[in-house]
Design a protein around this ligand. Structure first.
Ligand code: ADP
Ligand code: MG
Length: 447
């Protein structure tokens, strides 16, 4: 069976009008993906749905088509789709426009960083479907420009992100204000039991759809691997990997904006054409980088987790986890920027000797063992003087502590969420924990 597409079904079978089928054909879609084949007919009937399927499997069209089917041109602000980033608001709006090109429906992206007066004017033209980020949507609602009372369908894309601590309150305010009867459709590639519970507070007996039979969270078409590296060698390794792998487009994910800038500067100094993407940049700049990526004019993008979710750019063939994330679900989303629609891609994680535990957490969540890879031509550098001194000092302190205490108090590493096999009940359940390697410690070639 095809992992992504349901080749036995056509879009015509899913209860969609001929106007929509025309838009679907224009987009070049032949068969629905599994999540589309499952979700669309139920959503068209009006059910609330919580849908989970892997990255790059067409969740956008899965929620967009039922909205386009159910909302009529004479119904202003009848569909609302909330997304976590401005980039995603723009991208999702584009897909709505393409799929709905023959429906006569008007869509509008509502997001921060764009002139409020411009968006206010566009809202006066009574769009039918709003795609927006929560902050700006609330702002427009407060100004009386974006009423919730006509909304028939509300969607949360990346639902686990929308209901995590950063957005939870905003979502409560928006969805909590919709007193009329309305339908909800929430989707993501990762939905933990806690998020399911939260999500259900906004839903009426939702259908749980998990469109995959594989017991893994990441798509098989991503070739995953890790490289053991000392922290001081990481920048040089990033340079090496880019030159060695020759990706069409690569995204390098870093934990902080400062690291994004530092890594980008280093690559630039070494003659690599590189762009950055993080939340401290002006929106105009962010949009230009996204457009360059889509046009195939940006080869290497160094990014924060702003770009971790949802971004759908065709030719990303390599994802580098420069900093392996603390939250293993972020890893799933980051590497999901490659190998979309069943294509191939590579994901390389840089792992320092202290970060073995983080890699274990990723493997336990995804139920995929990430093998080690080595680049024999890459020569690790010497330990910097500063690092050596700090290490020697801390070693001396530990020795002293040991001598003064009669009993050693070394505590076993905290395993917490990693061993929680109930993480995805009813969904993608890890069947076996990958084998531990070196008690959560990795060796680099120096040690
Ligand atoms: P997800 O949200 O699941 O990560 P997207 O909705 O971003 O995935 O879709 C990934 C890509 O697949 C997009 O470029 C989209 O246009 C394309 N796509 C979606 N559905 C189909 C389909 N049925 N046939 C071909 N391509 C599709
Ligand atoms: Mg998506």
């Amino acid at each position: 069976m095809n992992e992504i597409f349901d080749s036995k079904t056509t879009f015509g079978d899913l209860g969609l009008s001929s106007d929509l089928c025309k838009g679907i054909r224009d987009c070049g879609f032949e068969h629905p993906t599994h999540i589309q084949a499952q979700l669309i007919p139920e959503a068209v009937k009006g059910h609330d749905i919580l849908g989970q399927s892997k990255t790059g499997t067409g969740k956008t069209a899965a929620f967009a088509l039922p909205i386009l089917e159910r909302v009529q041109p004479d119904q202003p602000i009848a569909g609302l789709c909330l997304v976590p980033t401005r980039e995603l608001a723009i991208q999702v709006t584009r897909e709505f426009n393409e799929l709905g090109a023959h429906t006569g429906l008007k869509m509008l992206a509502v997001y921060g960083g764009q002139k409020i007066t411009v968006q206010a004017k566009k809202l006066e033209a009574k769009p039918n479907i709003i795609i927006g980020t929560p902050g700006r949507v609330m702002d427009m609602n407060n100004r009386g420009l974006l009423p919730y009372k006509g909304i028939k369908i509300a969607v949360l894309d990346e639902v686990d992100r929308m209901l995590d601590i950063g957005f939870r309150e905003d979502i409560r305010k928006i969805l909590g204000s919709m007193k009329q009867k309305h339908q909800t459709v929430f989707v993501s590639a990762t939905i933990s039991p806690e998020i399911q519970k939260l999500a259900r507070q906004y839903m009426k007996s939702p259908l749980d759809l998990t469109a995959t039979d594989a017991k893994q969270l990441t798509v098989a078409q991503v070739e995953q691997m890790f490289v053991a590296v000392e922290p001081w060698d990481k920048r040089r390794l990033a340079r090496y990997v880019i030159k060695h792998e020759k990706p069409e487009v690569a995204i390098i994910f870093c934990r902080t904006k400062a690291t994004v800038d530092r890594v980008a500067q280093d690559l630039k100094r070494n003659g690599i054409d590189v762009h950055t993407l993080h939340a401290d940049m002006q929106q105009g700049q962010r949009n230009r980088v996204m457009q360059k990526m889509r046009d195939g004019k940006a080869d290497v993008v160094v990014a924060s987790d702003l770009a971790a979710r949802g971004i759908d750019v065709d030719n990303i063939t390599l994802v580098i986890n420069y900093d392996i994330p603390e939250d293993p679900e972020i890893y799933v989303h980051r590497i999901g920027r490659t190998a979309r629609r069943g294509r191939k891609g590579k994901a390389i994680a840089f792992v320092t000797p202290e970060q073995g535990e983080l890699l274990d957490k990723v493997e336990q969540l995804t139920n995929v063992e990430v093998p080690e890879t080595q680049f024999p031509d890459f020569k690790p550098g010497p330990e910097p003087e500063k690092v050596r001194k700090a290490r020697e000092q801390s070693d001396a302190a530990i020795t002293q502590q040991r001598e003064t205490k009669s009993r050693s108090k070394v505590v076993a590493p905290d395993k917490e969420s990693g061993s929680d096999t109930s993480k995805f009940p009813g969904g993608i359940v890890p069947v076996a924990a990958p084998k531990k390697r070196m008690g959560g410690r990795l060796r680099t070639r120096r040690s």
